[in-house]
Design a protein around this ligand. Sequence first.
Ligand code: ADP
Ligand code: MG
Length: 370
Amino acid sequence: MTGEADIPVAIEKVSYTYQDAFIKREILKDIDLSIGSGEIVILTGPSGSGKTTLITLIGALRKAQSGSVKIFGQELLKAPQRKLVSVRKDIGYIFQQHNLLDYLTIRQNIMMSLQLCGGRISRATAREKINAVLTQVGLEEHVDKRPTELSGGQKQRVGIARALVNEPRLILADEPTASLDKESGRRVVNLIQDLARKQQSTVIMVTHDNRILDVADRILHLEDGEIQSISEAVASSTSRMLRLLERHDPSSSHYLSALSLGLTRVAMADNRMDESERAMIGSALNQASNLSQAEIDLVMELAHTQLCVQGGHGNGKDNGFTPEQSRHFINSLRAVAGADGSIGPEEIDEINAIANELGFSLGSSETTAP
Ligand code: ADP
Ligand code: MG
């Protein structure tokens, strides 16, 4: 039987407003959110959309002003401080700034977390737990070093070890890969995923990095104070992307679209694209623009989709459309051509050209003027 106490996160109608002496800003509006045991949820959204605010509400680090926030069945909204403190013991926090204390060794840093959360445990047990968790993150040899002797990726892994040493049932990670290069970022995320699966923990991870979305069981997008479905999120991010391209300067936007499509066509000429081809396309697009990696990924994605619709090489005869779709397509073209009262010869030419590009088998008699 699953009771309320087994549901990691149950949020209803939560709003949050920051207010100072001058202005009042509503950051979260009527949020409803329920996250089940063992789920890995990724939270995305533009900077300033309230992701950190939401994570800190869930983490009992801040109290919402209205609605209901239940963590493992415990209502936090009007909870006294000691209840918040006790809820925090079930939660592992991984932040972008790893917040390690430089004057303590790695062992001592993790020890602090054990003592804060775990209550009284023997020295031997503590030692064992610390060694085990450091082995999991691949840092067992560094146990007696200080944070200043480690790389950024290693420090972030210590941060993870510290969050996981108490085997929390809920892990909150706020942009855990933001300060890492691509490879260490991937390793950190895989690590969080593996450990979460092993400990059956629930994970909520904030990220801007769309290369790690694949670890998620569910992706939530926060925008304008509301949580959007993934299709709404994709639509808004694509149109943002297109606006961004336009703004760059229209000629480079056309050039980028054409270039990405051309490169994708060549790469896909043998009907497959491997990693080296993908990397080469990325680097050519990168030279032609000052878009971020995530934006370039999206341009490539769009080109790929466009290419699939065009049936491979732009003149492919197998467009994958059903006969009914083909009829609908051609009839729609004709309807648009005739919408202004007559179908001109240039419109007929265009219809024929499109039909040809998309591989519709049209008798030429079908598209001549009536
Ligand atoms: P995100 O993590 O999505 O970038 P945040 O939750 O950190 O967004 O912040 C959401 C908005 O609330 C931002 O516009 C930010 O400036 C504002 N904000 C965050 N913390 C405070 C605060 N302590 N006081 C006033 N405004 C704040
Ligand atoms: Mg943030």
